[in-house]
Structures are given as structure tokens and as C-alpha cells.
Design a binder for this molecule. Sequence first.
Ligand code: ADP
Length: 740
Amino acid sequence: MTAPCAIRIGVMTSGGDAQGMNAAVRAIVRAGLREGAEVYAIREGWQGAYEGGEHITRLHWSDVSGLLGRGGTTIGTARCAEMRTVDGQRQVVRHLVERGIDRLIVIGGDGSLTGARELMLRWEELLGELVERGEVSAELAERHRCLRMAGIVGSIDNDMVGTDMTIGTDSAMHRITEAIDAISSTAESHRRTFIVEVMGRNCGYLALMTTIAGGADYTFIPERPPRDGWEDRMVQVLERGRAAGRRDSIIVVSEGAKDRQGLPITAQRVRDVFVERTGEEPRITILGHVQRGGTPSAYDRWMATACGVEAVQAILEADEGSEPVLIGVDGDDVVRRPLMACVESTRAIAGMVAEGNYAEAIASRGKGFATMIDIYRTLIEARPTVTEQRGKRIGIMHAGALAPGMNQIDRVAVRAGLDRGYSMVAIEGGVPGLIAGQCREVGWRDVEGMAHIGGARFGTRRYVPTEADLYPMARALEDSGIDALLISGGFHAYATVDMMQRERHRYPAFNIPIALLPASIDNNLPAWNMAVGSDTALNTVVDSIDMVRMSASASKRAFVVETMGRTCGFLPLLGGIAGGAEKVYIPETGIQLTQLAKDVEALVDAFASGRSFYLAVMGEETSTHYTSEVLARMFEAEGHGEFSVRQAIVGHIQQGGVTSPFDRITATRLGHAGVDYLDRMLQEGRAEYGAAESGVDGLMSPARRVLEGMDWTNQRPYEQWWLKLRSVADELSRAPGQSE
Ligand code: ADP
């Protein structure tokens, strides 16, 4: 029996389902239990609260096992008309207090969160009525006289003000990008035009971002209805693209797109325009519910998990009368915002679009959204917007290990450079390629198709120049007439630029503007939160963990999974959180024997109490002594035959794979920002070095300052934002002796 005064938290998913809702529920249940609360699922959203009874059930640690990788929501969701009535809400209050629940975490869209707020405002009044009617005792009402609330936005539309991303959006982008990639391969073979309709209701985020990530040619979004005459302009832009060498054309239409008269621009309407003007018959693909389906992406798993843990903290800290909070993300941070203000601002955007205040609507969607519209315009146009040639040459080079997304950086950089009237030169094979004079001028057509392919078509090398290389490097830069340099890559790229900076007084050829961009699966670079490639690698780690988990499903087995990442714990920590690891070991903290002894105890205890799977994740350079093999043997020895233990090294596949939408988008933003910086420097006659920095205007800062953030000895930045997520991993690891 539980003590009557135990804190009880109710959790529900409501409205449209979204991938990652399960991850949030799992985190809420486990963090709640860790904090000593009881957690109840309110099944089928508000409908379950309205119907009560078996819709409200207590959840235990093992009830949410294996949930992370599942799409949709296993506790169910529904729409509930009664919730909009006072009678319905009164019944909801009764069902909740009868079960002793006065803290509620609602995961849903703006509708569901509005419902939550309504309930909170009326709670006291409705409770009073229930006492008057004799349906609830005065004593019970007194014990639960106020409702504490937190909301987490679950919606693939990414339409909520107050959070940069909503749960499900990233996974939906995966589905759409996979579809665009697949369509492009067939469209290319037949020189066809395809029209793809995507979801998003009143928000064009999904359409805009996947147009960029998928390398599509044109898009229609609600926030930016095309001016009259758009039909001819669209056909012209696509024809110019074809003339410049494109084999296919893909148009992405957001389901809420309209023209300036407010008439919907549907896929069919766009098709009719084509048939009428060109005789060509484009094929239509309406993606529909595929976008809500499939396994959640790595981001939707770790972000939803972090938000779930934060929601539990917020609701346990809330005082009587506290404003309900929305748990969201702001850049790197999980944040709490006033829920109602966010819902109201979100609703206001729909009004702005309806009234024709498009600029305001775009601004309200955040700065990134507006910038992406500009970038999109550059990318689709196969002719420069700057007509006079600047007569300058920008070189593009990679350094360091391969990172998925390098191709995307190059594609955008080449097109953005050509757009501004520069000649673009690919330096093939990194620094050694430069020294060997492997430079060739590239055009719009040379980067065609690079939106879809992982790897680096222009090559890269893990090589930092030696003293002896500096002179030939300088010569090569002069010989190939390079006026500015865009370097992207990992640790080696940063070390190369650092060296050039220190030696530039000796080599005049180094006195050119340089833009340094982060591309590394290790995510071990200063000033930038998610280096290009790191999200793709994280998805590979999570996919591998899913497979490991499945392989173990028929027996009692523990796994020690080893990820890449060198001396940086980003991949193992976030891979561990997203993959559902019980324990994560990272190089920053290493492994201590005393801790290990406790972990072994927890592991043995978990199997003894009925668990059939246990997962530990560690980074490749976590400890020279306690390697993944040593750990696996140690676990096996302590299991005394009760369970088996296997080691799994994820390995180099982490550098391969199809670049994730997030990495493609980051690559696009960075490639564009890098060229923007070089353009500015060249026009102003300045020869400064810049490096990418998250969150600053234009995304570029002086390289000297950025490089100061690098701990060269440990080969990772001094400051690593993601280390704060260690507490999330700890909250979700089961303590020895903790009941299931
Ligand atoms: P979403 O949460 O995805 O925006 P809906 O708008 O359909 O989805 O809302 C889901 C549920 O939330 C509704 O079926 C209803 O039960 C509840 N709800 C929505 N708006 C309100 C409101 N203004 N007052 C009370 N409940 C509401």
C-alpha cells in the first residue's frame, strides 16, 4: 500500500500523435519514480480523464521499457469534445482527485495545452461544485485544492512559439527527406517533375526545411503566399534549373499553402499549372500519415527525454498557484516558459497570415526561419543575383575525418558563391591536395545531386600541416589564385587554421579571409553546438542500439556498446540517452573502480528482479584500462551465468550513412554563412579569419576567439553544453534495489 500523501503525477498524450511522445512518457515515469512520486498514465488523452476508471492506471519502471524506439504513443491519444464543456471538465476534475492526482503533465499540441490551462483556471471552482453536489468530500478537495501543470509540445508541425522544436518534427523531417531522396532517384532517371505535399497545418516549417534538406527546387508555404503571376515564375525558375543541368524537379507544397487571395495552393493546382503551361504531367505524391509514423529520430528521443525529466522537476517544484509552464528547447537549453503566453502567441500567427501580415508571421516563427527563406531563394535560382563578376576566387577545402554533411556544405557554398559573382574552386583532398595543386573550378552543375549523398565528394584528409608544409601551402594558394578560403572539418581543420593564423605574418599568401566551419561526427569543436555530421552519427548509434536490443530479445543479455567520438563524450552520452542506456561512460569523467562496483551491483540486481536486457554505452577513449571488452568481461564474471554479456563496437559506419535532415540544414546554414562572411571580407578588403559560433548574428565570429575555446591537449572544447545532460542520464538509470 502506498502512503496516502504520496505525490501523484498524471501524464497524458493528447491531440495528434507524434514520434517521440513515448520517449517523453518514459522519461516522466522514470524521473518521477526516482524522485519518489507515483506516476499515472491517463490513457487516450482528455477522453481518458473524462471517462476515468481503467483509463487512469499507475505506471512502474518496467511498464515503460522498450518504449523509446516506438513511434506514436502507447498510452493512446484521442480528441475529446466533452473537455470543451464545463460539465466535461468537472467530471475530469472528479476523476483526477479521486485518484489523488493534482499534478499533470500534458504532452500535445496547442489545443491540448489550451484544454489543460482551462482546467487549471476552473479547478477550484469545479472542485467547489463537486463538494456541494456531494461527489467529492471536503477533505479530499482540501488536499487537492489546486492543479499544478506542465506542458510539453508534441506535434510534427513545429508550430509552437516558445520552443525551437516540438517533439516529432525531426522524425517527420526524416520521413519526408527519405521520401524526397527516393523520389529524386526515380525522377532523375526519367527527367520528371514531382510534386510532394507535406503536413504542417498553418506552419511551413516542415515544407521549407525539407525543401532545403532534400535539395528540392520549389516550395509553397502558408507564411509566404506567392505574389500574383507565381505560375509563370515557378515554371521559369524550374526551366532555368533544367537548363543549368538538373535532371529532375521537385516541388514541395505545404498542406496549408495559399495564394494572396486566400485560395489553397494544392498539389493538384500546381500540377494543372504545369500541364497547361508546359504540357508536362508532373506526378503527385501526398505523404500523409507516413510523416507521423516510423521510429523516432535520435533527436526526438533525447530531446523528449530531457524535456520529460525537466517537466517532472518543474511540476515537483511548482507552488500552489504557480503559472503552468511549457517545457521547450531554446538552442542548447531545455527551458520553462509561461504556457499560456506561448499558446496565445502561437494562435496569433494564424491570424497574421489570415490578415496578410506575412512579414510579421515569418518574424514570429523566429530568425532561423526567415534566414532559411533567403537561403532557399539562393539555392533554387540557377542564375546569379549579382550580375557583374567579382573576379575573385573562393577556395573550398575540407580537413579532418569524414563527416556526413560535408557535401551539403560544399553544395550550398558553391551556389551561394556563384550567386554573388565569385569563381568557386574545389581543393580536392584537403591540405595535401592543396599542396599537390589539386584545385579545379566548379560550377552550379558540379554540385548537383550533392544534397542527397553522404561523404565528401571533394575529399578530405586527417592531416595537420607541418612547418615544412607551410611554404608549399602558401605557394599553392598563390598559384591557384585563391583570394579567400572556406575550410570545413573537424579537429584537424581547426588545428590547420590555428597554425595558419599563427604563421600568417611569415606567409603573405595566408593573408586572405578564411571561414572555418565545424564538420565532425565527434562534435568536439568549440563555439558550435552540433557540428555537421554529429546528428547523423547519433542516429547511426541509436539505430545500432535498436538492433542490439532486438538481437538480445530472446535471452537474458547485457551489452556494452562502444561508440566513436575520441576524447569527447558527446556521442556516447547522447547516444546512450537516446538509445535508452542504463549506464553511460564518457571520457570527460572516465571510469572509477568504486563507481564500477556500484554499477555492477545495479546490473546484477536488475537481472535478479526480472529484467532481461541491460545496456551500457561508452566512448572509445573513455579509459585506457577499462575498455569495453574489459567491462563486458567484468559484467559477465559477476553474472555467474545468470545472463550473458556482449561487447558491440559501432565503428566506422558512424562516419557513413545518409546525412540526416538536421545535419543537412546545419550544413546549409553554415555553408551560406561562411560565404556570406568571405563576401563581406572581400568587399571590404579585410583579410580576417572567422569561425562559426552558434547563436551569434551571421553565425561567424573572429576565429582567434573561437579557437581560444579549444583545449588542444584533450582535443575537445573547454566548454561543452551537452555535459549538463548527464543529470538526465542519471535520472533515468535505475538505482540498485529500486523496485520495478
Ligand atoms: P492538438 O493538441 O494536437 O492541437 P486538438 O486541437 O484537437 O489537438 O486538441 C486536442 C484536445 O484538447 C481536444 O480534443 C480537446 O479535448 C482539448 N481541447 C482543445 N482545445 C480546448 C479548449 N479550448 N478547451 C478545452 N479543451 C480543449
